[in-house]
Design a protein around this ligand. Structure first.
Ligand code: TMP
Length: 272
């Protein structure tokens, strides 16, 4: 793919110029980072799985009327997306206390929150993506009030839908991050869902055992990250062996015991 013009390289993805104006190709890497890239590593096959999981989630969201940048998957690691102007805000939805909110507010990981929280972070690696309020967003004109209303209402619908989607396969959606982008149509612009939704940017816990099935396995050196990502894809009914992928991608049984991460309870039973 080196003949294509690279537009941007992020920590987990590369964006290339697309085949037509207004499109980009989003390439999913196996690179993993945490703590603002202080910790770096590789999760073998992550790009392939995240490409499929994100395709699946964005397609399901489109079916409930959420506008997204996703056009179609091109191959194992790439998808065609609409080019957007990224709104420089990371939108985090939290259903259960975990991660930075525990540190910030002295909460215990796993405590249910009284209601879903929506948080905004300013997307700036050099500043470590600081937590911001809607006041900051308005003050520095990072997004208009109308855009923020659209973003918040989409984010809440996405959370409700994804909580149900994951609960149906015995996964608790603890928290996740969304990014939105603007598309211009004549004199008007509107915001649509962009980036990706995958175990890189979600906390996903097995409902029965609380086993972590997301990037916290890498952040916290729990091991078994490949198997965890594969198990998420398997439960969602994707990653069938229909694209020439290696057969072992489908077979979690040999690894299921490695999804422990120090929590108690029986290993999740394979479905079907
Ligand atoms: P946090 O608890 O570290 O603030 O993360 C909340 C959620 O947002 C978690 O599911 C991971 C995701 N996230 C990202 O996708 N990218 C980031 O840069 C950060 C800080 C969090």
């Amino acid at each position: 793919m080196s003949r294509r013009r690279q537009i941007y390289e992020g920590k987990a993805k590369i964006l290339y110029e697309g085949p037509e104006p207004g499109t980009l190709i989003q390439y999913f890497k196996d690179d993993a980072t945490a703590f603002n890239a202080d910790k770096k590593g590789t999760i073998n096959g992550k790009g392939v799985i995240n490409n499929r999981i994100s395709e699946y989630v964005f397609t399901r969201l489109a079916h409930i009327g959420i506008p997204t940048h996703f056009v179609r998957r091109l191959n194992m690691r790439e998808q065609l997306v609409r080019q957007v102007e990224i709104v420089p805000i990371e939108v985090v939805l939290r259903n259960v206390a975990a991660g930075s909110i525990c540190k910030r507010l002295g909460l215990t990981e796993g405590d249910p929150l009284p209601h879903t929280l929506i948080e905004y972070y300013y997307k700036d690696d050099a500043l470590g993506d600081p937590l911001i309020s809607e006041e900051h967003i308005a003050c520095f004109n990072w997004a208009s009030q109308e855009e923020m209303q659209d973003i918040a209402s989409m984010a809440i619908r996405i959370n409700d839908f994804l909580c149900g989607m994951f609960a149906a396969v015995d996964i608790r959606l603890v928290d996740f991050k969304l990014e939105f982008g603007r598309i211009y149509e004549g004199d008007f612009s509107r915001v649509i869902l962009a980036d990706e939704i995958s175990p890189d940017g979600c906390r996903l816990w097995d409902m029965k055992t609380n086993d972590k099935m997301d990037k916290d396995r890498f952040r916290q050196d729990l091991g078994g990250e490949e198997e965890a990502y594969q198990e998420v894809a398997r439960r969602l009914g994707i990653l069938q062996n229909d694209d020439g992928g290696p057969g072992e991608v489908l077979d979690m049984s040999a690894h299921r015991g490695r999804l422990r991460g120090g929590t108690k309870g029986a290993a999740p039973k394979p479905k079907k």
